[in-house]
Design a protein around this ligand. Structure first.
Ligand SMILES: Cc1cc2nc3c(=O)[nH]c(=O)nc-3n(C[C@H](O)[C@H](O)[C@H](O)COP(=O)(O)OP(=O)(O)OC[C@H]3O[C@@H](n4cnc5c(N)ncnc54)[C@H](O)[C@@H]3O)c2cc1C
Length: 405
């Protein structure tokens, strides 16, 4: 009963995607999560819509994956906001860049969506078949390997055995720790504050990103519903040095809104109110190897990245697809569900790409944190030049959108 071909640990956006991609494979698959249920999306008809403060800017490749899995049709019936434009500017000068979907002849730059809606849709897709067993609450406390099996000791479901364990258990992955994966990590020296804010003027489906010496501030447009597209709400991701972030957390809502209005130069008017603020310490982590024996890492368990370009979940969706594709190819060629060749091919497909994105984000963060006059001058000139050089600008935008360039 407790023997599986594959156990996926973690039913976040990435684990659920992996699980859905295993449908129709005839493998015995279990998806386990330590929490009893996932956070429920709160799409209500109330006067003031309630939004999940965790949102993601999804690229077109992620949206394609969700479409293929049938999750997108469910999301469409709820709410999401297609990004028309993105305005990026430097607080310390005059440099700015505008990315626009029209310039790329694309329907959108990306899609802003609440994480809970993605999770809910992927869970529904999974529950519509009997291919994957969803076990929760089920928290892994220990693991050991005996012969060709991985044994997972869980607090709630006893011992589970699998030929392959896929760790999708997030940034502080227990599986990664239990298996002693070597991890390269460094502090960003930033904490990110997330919240939903209401502004006096509509966002017109425009995202804003302002680079300040203390860290970047982003406003991502939200839609209040398919039939009621009020454009007064945005989700903020405000990354700041820890002391400043703490002081922002300690402020009253009124003071926080006032400070936010000032910092984003009231581009959508004054900030009228804000929802609950949540804070996340940011750390860059990258596992040196993505697999070890019969354990393989995906999503944040393999890599965590600064949210300034909103790429973490997008990279995770691509990991999920690459890993399941390699496993399916291996099975078609007569290999076992776990095979070192398959694991190697997965790592080669994903590690370079993930690392490239992490280096790029680190570069952005450093250049914009620099206070030296010559660097400030150069980055302002650089931004304005890139804004004029459409081929380069469009290349950058297409990369971020997950389109082939
Ligand atoms: C402020 C902020 C803004 C972001 N914005 C964006 C964005 O705009 N676009 C984007 O692409 N990405 C964004 N990201 C990144 C994105 O949120 C993550 O990359 C993504 O959520 C990772 O998903 P995951 O499924 O790998 O991990 P998680 O979402 O962390 O899921 C892990 C799951 O594992 C379960 N679990 C943990 N331990 C155990 C255990 N021992 N046993 C069983 N289950 C366990 C947990 O309950 C959880 O359900 C942002 C991140 C932050 C912090």
């Amino acid at each position: 009963m407790n023997d599986f071909d594959v156990i996926i640990v973690g039913a976040g956006m990435v684990g659920l995607t992996v699980a859905n991609l295993f449908k129709n494979t005839r493998l015995r698959v279990a998806l386990i999560d330590k929490s009893e249920s996932s956070a429920k999306a709160s799409v209500t008809g109330a006067d003031e819509p309630k939004f999940d403060s965790r949102v993601s800017a999804l690229s077109s490749s992620s949206r394609e994956i969700l479409t293929r899995l049938g999750a997108w049709t469910l999301i469409e019936q709820q709410r999401y906001c297609d990004l028309r434009e993105m305005y990026v500017w430097d607080a310390d000068g005059t440099g700015s860049i505008t990315f626009s979907a029209d310039d790329l002849a694309a329907p959108r730059l990306g899609t802003i969506i609440e994480n809970s809606l993605v999770i809910e849709a992927l869970t529904q897709c999974l529950e519509s078949t009997c291919d994957v067993e969803l076990l929760r609450p089920c928290s892994v406390d220990a693991l050991e390997e005996i012969d060709d099996w991985v044994l997972l000791n869980t607090a709630d479901q006893g011992v589970l055995r699998a030929r392959l364990v896929i760790a999708a258990d997030g940034v502080n992955s227990k599986i990664r720790e239990l298996k002693s994966f070597e991890v390269r990590e460094w502090e960003y020296n930033h904490n990110a504050i997330v919240s939903t804010v209401k502004t006096a003027k509509p966002h017109q489906k425009i995202a804003l990103q302002r680079f300040m010496p203390t860290g970047p501030l982003a406003l991502l447009p939200l839609s209040s519903g398919v039939n009621d597209n009020c454009q007064m709400y945005s989700s903020i991701v405000w990354s700041a040095e820890p002391a400043y972030a703490e002081s922002l957390m300690d402020m009253t809502d009124k003071d926080f809104c006032r400070q936010l209005s000032k910092c984003y130069e009231t581009r959508f008017g004054e900030v009228i109110n804000c929802g609950t603020r949540q804070i996340f310490p940011l750390k860059q982590r990258h596992s040196v190897s993505y697999s070890k024996d019969r354990i393989v890492l995906v999503g944040d368990a393999a890599h965590s990245i600064h949210p300034l370009a909103g790429q973490g979940a997008n990279l995770g969706f691509l990991d999920a697809e690459a890993l399941t594709n390699e496993i399916k190819k291996g099975l078609n060629m007569g290999r076992e569900v776990f095979d070192p060749v398959t694991m190697d091919r997965y790592q080669r497909a994903r590690k370079g790409h993930n690392l490239g994105m992490m280096v790029l984000m680190e570069g952005f963060k450093r250049v914009f944190a620099e206070d030296i006059l010559s660097v400030r001058w150069l980055r302002n000139i650089g931004m304005s030049r890139i804004d004029e050089l459409k081929p380069i600008k469009n290349y950058l935008a297409r990369r971020a959108m997950g389109l082939n360039t």
